[in-house]
Design a binder for this molecule. Structure first.
Ligand SMILES: Cc1cc2nc3c(=O)[nH]c(=O)nc-3n(C[C@H](O)[C@H](O)[C@H](O)COP(=O)(O)OP(=O)(O)OC[C@H]3O[C@@H](n4cnc5c(N)ncnc54)[C@H](O)[C@@H]3O)c2cc1C
Length: 451
């Protein structure tokens, strides 16, 4: 991969694969054989995707027309028919009447999917379209020359647990590309470097951690099918943003998760233990009765929204998906923004390549990207929810009512970096909730580490 390539996409999640599929198709239609290469650090597509999500599906109609004809993929796509919000208080669960839940938080028309399967499906379509995908390669550094992104430096491959080269050792390579697309997800190494070098948002980016498990029911499924459930309140301390969720995944499985804003105060708050506390709440436990946990995972969500967006188009590079911060926390959704931004990037690059000279060092103009994000509704949605997350910076009780009017506030609610929220010496001293221990949880996540 040392030959200069035309378009390099770093990250093969929904954003990167949407970019690659649409771009390769556009180039083929224009009779161009320009190369589109995806590198992903996971050892196979979808392996780093955290499964079980509620998905706004319309964007797939445009990206992969006829996608519903794929019966294997459709076996895991479940239309949402029941959508509930509960407030958990101690051992009680109070249903929030649907009419008082803001429209943007409803899930009618959505489907629940396995994100890992969606990613695998998109990877197959990308390869069919002529995209090269290289799994198992982590990009480590953005290469910038005279204010222009010219490619990336990969990390070394094949070192043992003492850091010594193994038989399959490959030293770090530089990949030079006319256009580099950063699709490296939440807190991606390269998209973070780009923010630092080219400019971040008016608020710092802030994150939450999402802890998730897939539970399978060998017998009866008390949660039911075609159902999405969200919770507020317990077990999150009143000052911690977030809540729980459960999404049907077919007849016999459910994804269950807990989200906690990373600006919590107490040093002894342990997210995986709080997730077990959530699962042991009598209401949640009753919905999980008889289930077996078959997979686990944890991942951050960039939740700063509109005011945390930095530059997403710079000379030689575009940023798409979570790497750019295209997540709307009012809806806890990012997958369709990842796909929409990927398609916006593809159209911009196709136009730029067509207008640029054929020489590898002729600059490709990428100026139309931001306008396309407007037209495709990504930026308008984020602008509308601009103060949503920040409304919760003082905790859930002032935050919940404030969030209902936050989109009408004419000013920006400032946010501080997450780490500033921690108070030295602050503790919760909560009793251990029992449930799955941390080591078993990690073993079910499929994480591979050098020990
Ligand atoms: C707990 C939780 C629940 C969620 N629920 C929902 C939901 O219900 N609905 C919804 O719409 N959204 C949901 N989201 C958000 C959604 O998962 C993301 O918005 C979406 O996955 C973003 O896609 P992406 O392609 O930008 O990033 P990702 O899906 O994170 O993909 C990034 C890819 O880049 C690769 N990568 C990263 N760094 C490098 C590197 N240096 N070199 C090479 N490869 C790299 C990774 O391996 C990965 O494959 C949820 C997120 C979490 C954490």
């Amino acid at each position: 991969m040392t030959e200069p390539i035309d378009v390099l996409v770093v990250g093969g999640g929904p954003a990167g694969l949407a970019t690659a599929i649409r771009l390769r198709k556009q180039l083929a239609q224009a009779g161009s054989d320009a190369s589109v290469v995806v590198v992903d650090k996971a050892h196979r597509p979808g392996y780093h995707s955290l499964s079980g999500a509620s998905f706004e599906q319309a964007c797939l109609d445009e990206l992969v027309p006829g996608w519903r004809d794929d019966r294997r993929f459709m076996a895991n796509v479940v239309p949402v028919e029941q959508d509930d919000l509960y407030f958990l208080l101690g051992s009680r669960a109070v249903k929030v009447p649907s009419r008082v839940v803001p429209g943007r938080m409803h899930h009618e028309g959505d489907v629940t999917i396995s994100l890992a399967r969606l990613t695998g499906f998109l990877a197959d379509r990308a390869v069919q379209a002529g995209v090269e995908i290289h799994s198992g390669f982590a990009a480590r550094e953005l290469l910038v020359d005279d204010g222009r992104v010219v490619g990336v430096r990969l990390g070394d491959v094949g070192r043992n647990n003492r850091g010594e080269p193994k038989a399959n050792f490959r030293p770090a390579e530089d990949i030079h590309a006319r256009v580099t697309v950063l699709a490296d997800g939440s807190h991606g190494v390269l998209s973070t470097q780009l923010r630092e070098q080219f400019g971040g948002g008016r608020n710092p980016q802030v994150y939450s951690i999402g802890i998730k498990a897939v539970a399978q029911f060998p017998g009866d499924n008390p949660f039911g099918t075609n159902r999405v459930l969200h919770t507020l309140g317990y077990p999150n301390p009143a000052g911690v943003f977030g809540g729980g969720f459960m999404y049907s995944m077919g007849d016999k499985s459910v994804a269950v998760g807990l989200i906690l804003g990373l600006d919590w105060r107490a040093g002894d708050l342990a997210p995986q233990r709080e997730f077990e506390r959530f699962r042991s709440h009598p209401f949640i436990a009753s919905l999980l009765r008889g289930s077996v946990t078959i997979a686990t995972g944890a991942k951050t969500i960039p939740e700063g929204g509109w005011y945390a967006l930095g530059r997403v188009a710079v000379p030689g590079a575009l940023v798409v998906g979570d790497g750019a911060g295209f997540v709307n926390m009012a809806r806890i959704k990012g997958i369709h923004y990842a796909i929409l931004s990927g398609m916006a990037a593809a159209d911009t690059i196709a136009e730029g390549l067509a207008a640029a000279g054929a020489a590898p060092d002729d600059p490709v103009r990428l100026a139309g990207y931001v306008q396309r994000l407007e037209t495709r509704g990504v930026l308008p949605d984020l602008r509308h929810a601009r103060n949503y997350r920040a409304a919760f910076r003082w905790g859930i009780y002032p935050g919940a009512p404030l969030s209902l009017v936050a989109d009408r506030l004419p000013w920006r609610i400032p946010m501080a970096p997450d780490a500033d929220g921690t108070r030295p010496g602050a503790r919760l001293d909560r009793p251990d909730p029992g449930g799955m221990d941390g080591a078993t949880f990690v073993s079910l996540s499929g994480a591979l580490h050098r020990e």
